[in-house]
Every structure is written in C-alpha cells, then in structure tokens.
Design a protein around this ligand. Structure first.
Ligand code: PBG
Ligand code: ZN
Length: 324
C-alpha cells in the first residue's frame, strides 16, 4: 500500500486517534525512585548537581515514601551514606547500618511500599571501590562473601528486592545461595547485569560520596564500546539466578536494552542515571529545552527500547505529568 491509498497521517489527526494506536505508554507502577539516606535527624539536604533530589535522614523517609505512593510510584531503591567507612566496607552489612535501619523504618511505617536495595560496597569503603582490595585492585572472590552478607542483611531487615551493582563475577550465584540458605528464597535479585564504566554517574558519586579515591572502575564495570559482551554478562546472571536484568545507564545504551529484550524473557530494568537526569535539568533551567517534554520523551524512549522497569530520579515528576 503506497500513497495515496495509504496515508499515515489519517491516524494522527488528533489525540483520540493517536491515543488509540499508541504502542508504548509510561506507567508510574513501573518506576523505581532512588532515595539517598543519611545519618542524623530532620535532615533534608539538596544535592547541587541533581536539582530536586535530596539526601534525607531516616525520620524523613516515611514522608518521602507516602509522596511516592500517592503518585502511584510504588517502589524505591535505597542508597546509604554511612557514619563511617573502612577498607572492607563493613558498614554495608552492619545490623544497625544506615540501610538496614532505613528498610526497617519504611517497612514499619509504610508497609505497602516496595523497598529495593542497592547492594554494593563503594559507599562503605574508605577507598571508594566496589569491593575489598588486594594489590590495589578489587579482590573479586573475597568481595563475594561481603556482598552476600550485605544482601542477606537487607533481606533480614525486610527488603523486597536486592539489586547488586558491584559488577563482581559470580555475585548473583553467591547472593542467591546466601538468601536461600537463610530462608529468603522468595526475595528476588534484580541484577545490574550490564553496567558500563560511565561518566554519566558523576552527580551520583557526589550525592552518595562514593567516588574511587584512586584509579577508576574500568577493571570491573563494562567497556562502553561493547555490546556482544552485554549478552554474555546477562547470560551469566540468568544462569546464576537473576530475576530481573538491568541495563545502566539507559539513554546512551538503548541498543543494549533492545538487544536484551530480544534475547531474554526476564523482565528488563533500565537505570536512567544521575548524569542523564542532570543534563536535562540543566538545559531546562537555562530555558534551552522544554524540561517536561524532554523528560517524557526520554523515559518513553527507554520504554520503547524494551525496558519494563525504569529507575529514575524523574519518577515523581513524570507521575505528576501523567496525571495532568
Ligand atoms: C554503586 C552505584 C552507582 C550508581 C548506582 N549504584 C555508582 C557507580 O557505580 O559508580 C550510579 C547511579 C547514578 O548515577 O544515578 N555501585
Ligand atoms: Zn559500587
């Protein structure tokens, strides 16, 4: 069928036509909103490079959670700023650690909220790497045990999903085994399966105070040049027992999301990361782009590429926009 028999514009006449044939829609129930938890009382600190995002103390969490729920955003992912750090990142699995307290507070006060936890050591190590060190390099196998302990401590505190972001080899299997061994076989693992060594994490590292003190993360996070390797990483995590596969960052890696969508039948999550958020906010503040429209178009592109779940600092803003 060619012009003039077929006229695509027939179906674009107005919003009713467009709505009828729309292929993808955003749903706040599939957003996960990141929360940064800090020590102290009555704290709500703005993060300069992430306008609209705050670090909050534990007493503020329930309020944050209720705001999400009212907007139809049912899930949050927690990041912690511990009181102190050490070489082994032991604060990550402390029974009374910042995240363990935050989980208990949320599960106590707002039980219907889905609490996802980021499992990594970089916020808890004094050197800022995602595992413990040997000869100035991250010791993969020694780190696995600490990660498993951390995931287990989150599950014991009541986490609904654990999400390892460290990029150590074999961590999904190790975490799955630890959870199963201790009666947490119903807690799913959302694996940061395909996580690139990206400059888009810049604002997050300020927010969570987790920049590496020497070197970088290229020895464990993926090379941005590679896409076949993404399939190998994802296959490993599926075989080790992952329940959800994540791609991170999102917009610069839409091809990877799409490839994973085609190759795997597990739910796919995409992390629209801090730098991706900050760029839109900065340009919008200058009046160079329409912030709301660029936000909506960006999140929709992630959906269209094949993501089911979107982790985004825009979760509340987008939910509000969808309401209008
Ligand atoms: C911790 C972690 C990072 C992010 C999520 N978990 C930082 C990093 O790997 O350096 C980035 C999130 C963002 O930029 O929004 N490993
Ligand atoms: Zn890390």
């Amino acid at each position: 069928m060619v012009f003039p028999e077929y006229r695509p514009r027939r179906m674009r006449k107005n919003e009713a036509f467009r709505g009828l044939i729309r292929e993808n829609r955003l749903d706040p129930a599939q957003f996960i909103y990141p929360l940064f938890v800090m020590p102290g009382k009555n704290k709500r600190e703005a993060i300069a490079s992430m306008p609209g995002v705050f670090r909050v103390s534990i007493d503020q969490l329930a309020q944050e959670a209720r705001e999400c729920l009212e907007l139809g955003v049912n899930s949050v992912i927690l990041f912690g700023l511990p009181e102190k750090k050490d070489a082994m990142g032991s604060g990550a699995h402390a029974k009374n650690g910042i995240i363990q307290q935050a989980i208990r507070e949320l599960k106590n006060k707002v039980p219907e909220l889905m609490v996802v936890t980021d499992v990594c050591l970089c916020e808890y190590t004094d050197h800022g790497h995602c595992g413990c060190l040997i000869n100035n390099d991250v010791d993969n196998d020694a780190t696995l045990e600490i990660l498993a302990k951390t995931a287990l401590s989150h599950a014991e505190a009541g986490a609904d999903i654990v999400a390892p972001s460290d990029m150590m080899d074999g961590r999904v299997a190790e975490i799955r085994a630890a959870l199963d061994e201790h009666g947490h076989e119903t807690v799913p693992i959302m694996s940061y399966a395909v996580k690139y060594a990206s400059a888009f994490y810049g604002p997050f590292r300020d927010a969570a105070d987790c920049a590496p003190q020497f070197g970088d993360r290229r020895g464990y996070q993926m090379d941005p040049a590679n896409s076949r390797e993404a399939l190998r990483e994802a296959t490993l995590d599926v075989d080790e027992g992952a329940d959800i596969l994540m791609v991170k960052p999102a917009v610069a890696y839409l091809d990877i999301i799409s490839r994973l969508r085609d190759e795997f039948d597990l739910p796919i999550a995409a992390y629209h990361v801090s730098g991706e958020y900050a760029m839109i906010k900065a340009a919008a503040e200058r009046g160079w782009i329409d912030g709301d429209r660029v936000m909506a178009e960006t999140l929709l592109s992630i959906k269209r590429a094949g993501a089911d779940i979107i982790i985004t600092y825009f979760a509340k803003d987008m939910a509000r926009l969808l309401r209008r």
